[in-house]
Design a protein around this ligand. Structure first.
Ligand code: SAM
Length: 261
């Protein structure tokens, strides 16, 4: 019986956008790989790092279009691992934080494909940091929760219990939260969070065009709507926002092409 020989798949985190936040390992793998499968939120600079002969596939979501179904991505990865010895699966931020990296990794290892995970700089920490906002501070409590504000109908797990979170965590870092912000804010306040709690939203952090809103929890969704903040944005709620290192100037990395939203 002929056993299939698979190449190695690297599940690589690309960081939040600034090319300078790509890890040394990710950069090396991009220059060495013979195939690349990448998502939305990957700037053009990253794609320029691969060799001319590298086979590249985009599987992310373009504005107004559906993203490639997860099963199709898994199958594509498996198919390409048959033909390529070094395949990079590049994902925004960190592949294991709201990135479905584990789903893809498990699918591949179940089929006998060797997989290695290369962590990335997650947007939930780096994006506020570019504006000097820490996600923890000794004077702002002892806990922070990373939570998704977007739960698709295909989700197998229950909805986020925002009312419980209002009391359970000193700080919240919300990914994919701008669309559901009105509901999130009203649930947090209903759960007992002070409406005057500090909050911030950062759109397109670490990238040219990044912008920041700082306001109170109760003003948050109205301000976001008025200023037309869109995805990708990170929402930070809690008194950590008051400990912003003010002199920290935003240092967006050069990005020659807008990322795909
Ligand atoms: C599917 S999640 C992926 C998160 C990613 N795995 C990470 O670790 O950053 C996509 C969400 O991450 C956040 N995000 C990613 N890049 C961002 C950026 N440059 N600025 C603001 N938010 C960003 C947004 O909330 C966006 O909707």
């Amino acid at each position: 019986m002929n056993e299939i020989q698979y190449g190695k798949v690297y599940l690589v985190g690309a960081g939040p956008g600034d090319p300078d936040l790509l890890t040394v390992k990710a950069q090396r793998l991009l220059s060495e790989c013979d195939a690349l499968i990448y998502d939305s939120l990957i700037p053009q600079e990253f794609l320029n790092l691969v060799s001319d002969s590298c086979i590249c596939h985009f599987v992310g979501k373009r504005r107004g279009h559906h993203s490639t179904p997860q099963l199709k991505i898994n199958e594509l990865l498996l198919e390409m691992a048959k033909k390529h010895s070094c395949l990079v699966r590049l994902k925004g931020g960190d592949p294991f934080l709201f990135g479905r990296g584990a789903e893809e990794g498990s699918y591949l290892t179940k089929h006998g494909v060797p997989v290695e995970v290369v962590p990335g700089v997650t947007s939930g920490i780096a994006v506020p940091a570019y504006f000097g906002i820490p996600v923890t501070h000794r004077l702002a409590g002892s806990s922070v929760t990373f939570v998704t504000g977007h739960e698709g109908i295909d989700k197998l797990r229950p909805n986020v219990n925002w009312r419980a979170l209002a009391k359970a965590s000193d700080g919240l870092v919300i990914y994919m939260g701008v669309h559901n912000l009105e509901l999130i804010v009203s649930e947090l306040i209903a759960g007992g969070l002070d409406p005057y709690t500090s909050a911030a939203v950062i759109q397109q952090g670490t990238i040219v065009g990044q912008r920041l809103i700082k306001t109170s929890l109760e003003q948050l969704s109205l301000t976001v709507r008025q200023r037309k903040y869109l995805s990708p944005s990170i929402v930070i709620i809690g008194s950590v926002v008051d400990y912003q290192v003010e002199s920290c100037a935003p240092q967006p990395g050069a990005v020659t092409m807008p990322i795909q939203f």
